[in-house]
Ligand binder design. Structure first.
Ligand SMILES: Nc1ncnc2c1ncn2[C@@H]1O[C@H](COP(=O)(O)OP(=O)(O)OP(=O)(O)O)[C@@H](O)[C@H]1O
Length: 437
């Protein structure tokens, strides 16, 4: 137990404000590391890690409680206590959690880098053994949590953090469940869609560990391709991209599909050979990928089965974590990511006519019309069809041109600098606020 905090099993300072202040005093705030879906993250020094070690670097995620104020004390803190009990080499350790000044502070072990930085770093060459190692650590972390009945639901490469010893650790476990589905208007969530399983995209309310397997499959694919695999610009487009890659599912292949809340029928397209999408992958890698991308979540491979797949026992053996190639630690390269996002680049939207209810024009300076999907209320710039035509509503072509889907260079991820300067402003404001801790 942490000195100066309660010993009764509750989160530190949960019901005693002076105790919360004492806990907050324990952490010396350093720079802002970034801002995510749930709040801003700071680097901090733990001045009282334990009697022997002081000055341990930690990362503190400060979660704005605003909208959760009513319910967070009981449900969320109880869930967070459960997260504190998750201890595994491939799970980021939640060291402490305490409320302070209306915010919830989650204290994590500090991590030097993340998998997104590895994938994006063009100076890094990833061998087959390196890819195998990163995937294996991802699956091991998932296997531990699934055994404890915790589903991540928000797996993506920037949630896979990398420690100084090369160990990959899953972060943000359980936060989606505790704090609800994040608001998709945040840029972060736009990317989360690329890793979302088809059952989630079809609006499944009840889902299982299979959503994490699908996301891990997307991450595996991204490691092989060195770019995000299925980059949908809306939920509808995401399903279109998935079906273009793996063929439109027939109800015989996924019987529960037609009962999902947002189910719509897509025109049938056959699956191209997987090998055409991953020309460099080994046969074992392709076999595992195909099992992680099975449509019916009940038939999809489990994480444990994936770990036992022959891909992991065949040569080459996974690289030892300490020998894995890594980008420079945070701070050295973090803020120098090139901005290559082009907001003028319209997404390709493949959407069944039935999905469309309303199409509005907007005039915010970016080219094209605004597409509003009935399901998610998402606005998408310009509806551009596979044949190069554009339209505002109605008769959308149902043909899928794989060349258009996979041939062209995908739009790169936006960076903070290029798309959302207001985030930066908010970060700085919060930075000042944290000084009062
Ligand atoms: N334990 C940690 N150690 C070091 N840096 C961290 C840690 N946790 C988060 N960060 C960094 O803080 C920033 C914000 O992280 P956060 O997890 O809140 O959002 P994100 O991963 O960027 O997006 P999302 O919330 O959508 O997952 C990121 O740059 C992330 O790498």
């Amino acid at each position: 137990m942490i000195p100066g905090t309660d010993s009764g099993g509750g989160s530190a300072g949960e019901d005693d404000p002076s105790l919360a202040k004492r806990v907050a005093d324990r952490y010396l705030k350093r720079e802002v590391l970034g801002e995510g879906t749930y709040g801003v993250v700071f680097k901090a020094i733990d001045t009282k890690a334990n009697r022997l070690i002081t000055g341990q670097t930690v990362a503190i995620k400060k979660i704005r409680l605003g909208q959760y104020k009513e319910g967070v004390n009981f449900t969320a803190l109880r869930e967070i206590k459960l997260l504190k009990e998750l201890k595994d080499p491939n799970i980021i350790e939640l060291i402490d959690a305490f409320p302070h000044k209306g915010n919830l502070h989650l204290v994590f072990e500090f991590m030097e880098s993340d998998l997104e930085a590895v994938i994006r770093d063009r100076n890094i060459v990833l061998s087959l053994a390196d890819t195998k190692s990163y995937l294996q650590m991802t699956l091991k972390g998932l296997a531990y949590c699934h055994k404890k009945w915790v589903v991540h639901r928000d797996m993506k490469p920037n949630n896979l953090l990398i420690a100084s010893d090369g160990q990959l650790k899953l972060a943000d476990f359980g936060l989606a469940r505790i704090f609800g589905s994040p608001d998709r208007k945040f840029t972060h969530q736009v990317f989360a869609r690329w890793y979302r399983a088809p059952e989630l995209l079809y609006g499944a309310k009840q889902y299982g560990a299979g959503v994490d397997v699908w996301a891990a499959g997307c991450i595996f694919a991204e490691l092989l391709l060195r770019r995000p695999f299925l980059q949908g610009s809306s939920d509808i487009d995401q399903l279109g991209k998935i079906f273009a890659a793996f063929g439109t599912p027939k109800p015989s292949r996924w019987p529960d599909m037609v009962y999902l809340p947002d189910y719509v029928e897509y025109q049938y397209v056959p699956a191209p050979p997987l090998r055409t999408l991953f020309p460099m992958a080994s046969d074992d890698a392709l076999d595992l990928l195909s099992k992680m991308f099975i449509y019916d979540p009940k038939a999809r491979i489990t994480v444990q089965q994936a770990l036992e797949h022959r891909y992991f026992s065949s040569v080459p053996a996974p690289t030892k974590p300490s020998l894995l190639p890594r980008p420079p630690p945070k701070g050295e390269s973090q803020n120098q990511k090139p901005s290559d996002f082009n907001p003028q680049e319209g997404p390709i939207v493949l959407s069944p006519q039935r999905k469309l209810r309303r199409v509005t024009l907007d005039h915010d300076g970016l080219a094209g019309s605004t597409f509003r999907s009935e399901k998610a209320g998402e606005n998408v710039k310009e509806v551009r069809h596979m044949d190069g035509t554009t339209s505002q509503s109605g008769s959308m072509p149902m043909s899928i041109d794989l060349g258009a889907m996979f041939g062209s260079r995908p739009p790169p991820r936006p960076t903070l600098n290029s798309v959302d300067r207001s985030h930066l402003k908010r970060k700085l404001d919060l930075d000042a606020e944290f000084d009062h801790l």
